[in-house]
Design a protein around this ligand. Sequence first.
Ligand code: HEM
Length: 453
Amino acid sequence: MPSGRGSILRSLPMALPPGPRLPPLLQTLAWIRRPGPFLDECARRHGRRFTLRFVGGRTFLIVSDPADVQAVFRGPPEVFLSGQANQGFRPFLGEHSLFVLDGEAHRAHRRPLLGPFRGERMRAYGELIRDLSLQEVGRWPRGRAFPLEAAMHEVTLEVILRAIFGEREPGRLARARELVERMTGRAGAVLPFVGALRRDLGPWSPWGGFLAARARFHTLLVEAIREAHRAPQGREDILARLVAEEGALGTWGEEGLRDELMTLLGAGHETTTAALAWAFLRVLRTPGVLGRIREELGEGPFDPGRVASLRYLEAVVQETLRLHPPIPIALRWLAAPAALDGLEVPAGTHVCPSPWLTHRDPRVHPDPLRFRPERFLGPRPTASAFYPFGGGGRLCVGAPFAVYEMQVILATVLARVDLRLAGTPTLRARRKGIITTPVHGTPVVVSPRGAGS
Ligand code: HEM
């Protein structure tokens, strides 16, 4: 904290800014059922700072002015805690997960993860992601509507199992897929939020079923770690890189590495799935965008070696993440009082920059509700005007991987087949755990390229 903070704080107003007057139970329900519209309504009525009060006495100060966003992301990490705010994920990701750690423990776990996810290293995964996308396209029904989101769920899971965990053995891949489905299915989406459901009443109860699947999945992960440790040579996957180059196994131990793999799966799967479902929905709804992507791609099958030169495609991904950041708020919990411009925020408050609100603020992004990838072809917005991956010392580790993966999947699919939306799906969102995804799952009908022309 800067020196003299105490005296500054004493002269600032102590009350948090106003927010909705609804009782906490109704605010909690509105936040769970319709996070985007609820945030929009609150911002319209109360401006760029407002306070939400949830059941359990939890207070969330939502901020969206880039100056406040910057103050939070640059605030001292020993005051603006993220791990503390994420404790609900501990049973899912593990006690050594980056997500639930703060301070030195967090920095020690984060450092080794940064290297393998650096942007230029992503090229190694291009062909794998393209091939997995083509296999997925090959399984799609022709001429009949199906939800593209479910198809993206399959591809992104396969990408994590293969490119991140390095799994190649068909039997273990099939078991891993089944266990992930069991951990993250319908019950898995609500378990992190409803503590009362977390009671082990045998394998048929939601929590008992989750614990059994988690134990079997842990066994698979430990097998994969040992294999990567025994023979890391010739492998490009992220697990092998962590074990071989960064010495993560030595730093974290086997359990620590296992928890980080759970974290990469938990943080990287549904987020990327939702972002792709939104991207296809927007591309197919917005006249002109598909044509421009295809013009940039040119004729013939897609070569992932060209990703870096596809500026418009990258802008499409960014514009999607601007209008539909899959995680609508970043979470921090104040371990001590902190000052935002003209306001003292008491310890114990959750302070949450909202990319959803900042990205839709006309003072930050003109004509904000229009899907216009061209806006990303000019100078890049600042880190507090555009932050779908959060910020500061907690900026998403997987961001370069996610953007690259989205580019390769979009390009592969759009170069291979013609897609049209089935009906007129709305832009309304539904919640899936902490993620927001299109309510109808982006229903499409697929046909071979050029069949309709
Ligand atoms: C479009 C896809 C994705 C989105 C929108 C997204 C978004 C986010 C956000 C908002 C955070 C919290 C940042 C903060 O609190 O300031 C985060 C953290 C994180 N993400 Fe992502 N993410 C995506 C994909 C991925 C992928 C593919 C991986 C890895 C495979 C990943 C790994 C992580 C990890 C490990 C953290 C925790 C970082 C820390 O606490 O230090 N994410 N992500």
